[in-house]
Design a protein around this ligand. Structure first.
Ligand code: ATP
Ligand code: MG
Length: 288
């Protein structure tokens, strides 16, 4: 069992989750060092130690309590059927599990999969989809290079991870059915001590601040004073915008925070309302 004190966090050693997982802790101000071939590392400024593992092993280690927390794709987590808590969706490593068939084969709908054989590394997620849709298909479990299965006669179709679809395309396949959406998640052991729960809360607070900042922009603009009311209603910000007089008479500088998703709409409205010299800058952390 893990010693009291440090919270133990399992992350992928090398692969599609590694870089973003490390960047996330860095943005949260938690230092971690990854040396070549190193499997464990203690943070120098936070009560945490990191285990560098294969992603498939992470849900099991978190369930057993060998690690307290872990970062893993939802696809691997659900497939593992391990009993852990999903503490936070992390928004990176987004992908989907899809069924694909040879490009020249016709496809009218999921019922066309009846009686077919499907190669996959995700037999549980696929099995769930097939039974929910009353499809009788044979699942061929293979651990890698799934996309070549149809061309070597191993299966009629595949069920595999897709992000852009280019791997499917280069193997002569077409995506016909999306069955599962995935992104990286922070998972936690079910029985964390109060001490470790407090450390997890600290980490979650920081992750929220980082995510909030990524979703928002700081905006500065100049406006004629007679247009201020209109401009302020467009960008109300966290409480209300800061308004400062400019050195030139009759003009003010307005500062506020804008959500990324409404960004372009608001910028247009601001220009139409008479705003000039609009500057938009990224926010590093945001605490509400
Ligand atoms: P390991 O050696 O640790 O077992 P792996 O080869 O099983 O690694 P990766 O290819 O590094 O796994 O993918 C890790 C996770 O990243 C996947 O389980 C999935 O959640 C996500 N992922 C996979 N492919 C993509 C992709 N093309 N784009 C975005 N995310 C992806
Ligand atoms: Mg793996």
């Amino acid at each position: 069992m893990n010693k009291e004190g440090n919270i133990r966090i399992a992350i992928q050693k090398s692969g599609r989750l590694s870089e973003d997982s490390i960047a996330l802790f860095k943005e949260c101000g938690i230092k971690l060092e990854m040396g070549k071939g190193r499997l464990k590392s203690e943070s120098s400024n936070f009560q945490a130690e990191f285990l560098f593992l294969r992603d498939d092993d992470i849900p099991g280690y978190v369930e057993d309590g060998v690690a307290d927390l872990g970062i893993v794709g939802e696809n691997v987590l659900v497939e593992s059927e391990k009993d852990v808590i999903v503490s936070k969706k992390l928004g990176f490593s987004k992908c989907r599990l899809s069924i694909a068939i040879p490009r020249e084969d016709p496809f009218e709908g999921p019922a066309d999969l009846d009686g077919k054989s499907i190669a996959t590394s995700y037999p549980k997620i696929l099995g769930q989809y097939l039974s929910e849709n009353n499809i009788e298909a044979q699942i061929h479990e293979i651990s890698g290079s799934v996309e070549i299965a149809p061309s070597i006669g191993l299966a009629d179709a595949v069920c595999d991870i897709v992000s852009s679809g280019s791997t499917l395309l280069s193997n002569g396949l077409k995506e016909v059915q999306k069955i599962f959406k995935s992104e990286a998640v922070l998972i936690a052991n079910n029985n964390l001590s109060d001490h470790k729960k407090a450390l997890l809360d600290k980490i979650l607070f920081r992750i929220n601040a980082v995510q909030k900042a990524q979703d928002n922009k700081y905006i500065l603009l100049n406006a004629p004073n007679d247009k201020l009311d209109e401009i302020i209603t467009i960008i109300s910000g966290m409480k209300s915008p800061t308004v400062l007089p400019l050195a030139i008479e009759g003009w003010s500088s307005v500062h506020s925070v804008l959500e990324e998703r409404e960004f372009w709409e608001k910028i247009e409205a601001l220009r139409n309302a008479g705003a000039e010299g609009i500057l938009v800058v990224p926010i590093e952390k945001m605490i509400l």
